[in-house]
Design a protein around this ligand. Structure first.
Ligand SMILES: NC(=O)c1ccc[n+]([C@@H]2O[C@H](COP(=O)([O-])OP(=O)(O)OC[C@H]3O[C@@H](n4cnc5c(N)ncnc54)[C@H](OP(=O)(O)O)[C@@H]3O)[C@@H](O)[C@H]2O)c1
Length: 219
């Protein structure tokens, strides 16, 4: 079964995904209310997250090679991170250490460098091989459902991956968390790489601490 996929983003009033002040705690609080069992991040988002929030990458510790024990009362989502190009080699322990997710599951393809798969195996990261170039998301999402019982997944990406998911007909819902700010000329728009127009249905709106949450069903 395919999980329900919710594209969730903080955006400015002019639809930008960066270059404005994101209230990151509030962003994840609202994301948490979606109740997803996994957060799907693109490799560029995962890498930029480390660059934005950490001055230096901490050295790996022996404990980073050990799969965390997941207690029964751990209701945090998994991180599912797409990384067919091995961009996160040497960095994944930052996500494992963060404690925000149960653990990290990496999505790769059959052309992902073998050395990266060795890196993942040595550190006991689960990974899913799907697709022959980039990740085949339909297959990967099915596998996340089968192997981990994930029935709802929320994206944590900057739009490129969200557009791929939309084009492949895999998105059920879009949630935009609109911050009361305008970026202006240099705005990088969320769906800048989407090749086709889409019609949506507004299903819910909510005011949250000066922000607007807009929920759309994808038709
Ligand atoms: N405002 C927000 O809510 C928010 C949230 C997250 C991030 N951000 C910002 O967004 C920026 C990064 O976002 P981004 O959109 O550039 O990157 P992204 O969403 O991380 O997308 C890159 C991912 O898309 C995959 N991909 C690219 N082309 C593909 C294709 N043709 N088929 C399948 N998969 C494909 C890549 O997969 P491979 O691994 O296979 O190459 C990669 O994992 C950063 O500046 C970050 O700070 C904003």
């Amino acid at each position: 079964m395919l999980p329900k996929v919710v594209v969730y983003n903080s955006v400015s009033v002019d639809g930008a995904i960066k270059d404005f002040d994101v209230d990151i705690a509030l962003h994840y609080e609202v994301a948490g209310a979606i109740g997803a069992q996994a957060m799907l991040a693109g490799s560029d988002t995962a890498k930029s997250g480390i660059e934005i929030f950490m001055k230096t990458v901490p050295a790996e510790q022996p404990s980073d090679f050990v799969k965390p024990v997941i207690k029964e009362d751990n209701n945090r989502p998994y991180w599912a991170i797409a990384d067919s190009r091995a961009k996160l080699r040497g960095l994944l322990h930052v996500y494992r250490q963060s404690g925000y997710g149960k653990d990290v599951i990496i999505l790769v393809s059959s052309t992902t460098p073998k050395g990266y798969l060795e890196y993942l195996k040595e550190r006991n990261y689960d990974y899913i091989v799907a697709g022959s170039d980039h990740v085949d998301y339909r297959a990967a999402l099915e596998e996340l459902n089968t192997r981990y019982g994930i029935s709802t997944i929320v994206t944590d990406t900057g739009g490129v991956l969200a557009s791929v998911l939309l084009e492949q007909g895999l998105v059920n819902e879009i949630q935009l968390f609109v911050a009361p700010q305008i970026v202006g000329k240099k705005a990088v728009s969320l769906f800048r790489s989407l090749n086709q127009p889409l019609k949506l249905r507004l299903t819910r709106t909510k005011k949250v601490k000066g922000h607007a949450l807009l929920v759309y069903e994808v038709r």
